[in-house]
Design a protein around this ligand. Structure first.
Ligand code: ATP
Ligand code: ZN
Length: 296
């Protein structure tokens, strides 16, 4: 019998967030059985069950404590909270994940005489985000009719279902190909790790452990290990150029009194400019390598 407590996380089964969310768990060292068509994957090497569901269902999974964690777009969570705050108020955005970036925007057909939000007064707006759009219009004292559509919102003006739309945009190509112009950004969004009010101490501990792994993965992804040889007398200048590094390790080079080896973890991007500046300060044999894991 297995009496061990298990943490439960919901991620998108298929769609824009699915692959990155699964990869994030894998980068945290969590092995999952690969069968994607089932609802539930159990990890063998971490007490974690992964529920593969539609992103729109994740807030309800969290609110009913079927899962304690979820990965979803801020747009989805905030919309649910805008529509039914009582049910979803206990869900907290714990960690932005840096993918699934998009924005919820209002867009008008080319040729629409748009002169600020007041131009939307009395108009019909098609959207799948009536909670967020409604709150935005109210906050700006605009009264407009909201037509709720589940998909293909961008065709609403052409089919005369609505005058303008409010939809998710990332590149803007969909808007352009539908003859629409973005006018107002209501919300900037990315994928986030959302947590419910975990009551159980053991589950809370598992959650902290997973979150610290995710943070470590994120730090490692943006950090680089840099190795170079520096003239001893320009060491101070070289250290000053190293981006976001703490104390570098400085080691003697055999048979050289005038040069030392410098190794450092840089927690910011190391670009060609930086390398060229290091070289200009006398550094040579500059190596920049990715870091797989990092734990302080
Ligand atoms: P599901 O079947 O899970 O309901 P879906 O069709 O609602 O999927 P996707 O299109 O896969 O959702 O988008 C998931 C999330 O990806 C969105 O909620 C949003 O946070 C993010 N996203 C990033 N860029 C875009 C974009 N251009 N359009 C729509 N969503 C985007
Ligand atoms: Zn969805």
């Amino acid at each position: 019998m297995d009496s061990e407590k298990r943490l439960k996380i919901a991620i998108q089964k298929s769609g824009r967030l699915a692959d990155m969310s699964l990869q994030l768990l894998e980068k945290c060292g969590i092995q999952l059985s690969k069968s994607r068509d089932q609802l539930l994957c159990r990890s063998q090497n971490f007490p974690l069950d992964v529920f593969l569901v539609r992103d729109d269902d994740i807030p309800a999974f969290l609110a009913t404590d079927v899962c304690q964690l979820g990965v979803l777009g801020q747009n989805v969570l905030r919309e649910k909270q805008a529509v039914d705050n009582g049910k979803f108020v206990g869900l907290v955005e714990e960690l932005p994940l840096g993918y699934g970036r998009c924005r919820l925007s209002i867009a008008v057909p080319q040729g629409f005489a748009y002169d600020g939000l007041a131009s939307l007064q009395g108009k019909t707006i098609a959207t799948s985000y009536k909670g967020l759009l409604g709150a935005y219009l109210t906050a700006n004292n605009i009264s407009a009719d909201i037509v709720t559509m589940e998909g293909a919102v961008e065709v609403a003006p052409r089919t005369h279902l609505a005058d303008v739309i409010c939809d998710l945009v990332s590149t803007g190509n969909t808007l352009i190909s539908n003859g629409l112009v973005e006018t107002d950004v209501i919300l900037q969004s990315e994928a986030v790790l959302v947590k419910n009010q975990i009551a159980d101490a053991e589950i809370a501990q598992l959650c902290d452990k997973l979150m610290s792994r995710i943070k470590a993965v994120q730090r490692a992804a943006q950090s680089r290990y840099i190795m170079l040889n520096s003239p001893t007398d320009s060491l101070a200048a070289i250290k000053a150029v190293l981006p976001g590094s703490q104390s570098p390790t400085v080691m003697p080079l055999q048979g050289r009194d005038d040069m030392v080896a410098v190794h450092a973890v840089c927690e910011e991007g190391v670009f060609w400019d930086t390398m060229e500046e290091l070289k200009a300060n006398g550094a040579n044999s500059i190596l920049v390598v990715p870091i797989e894991k990092m734990l302080d």
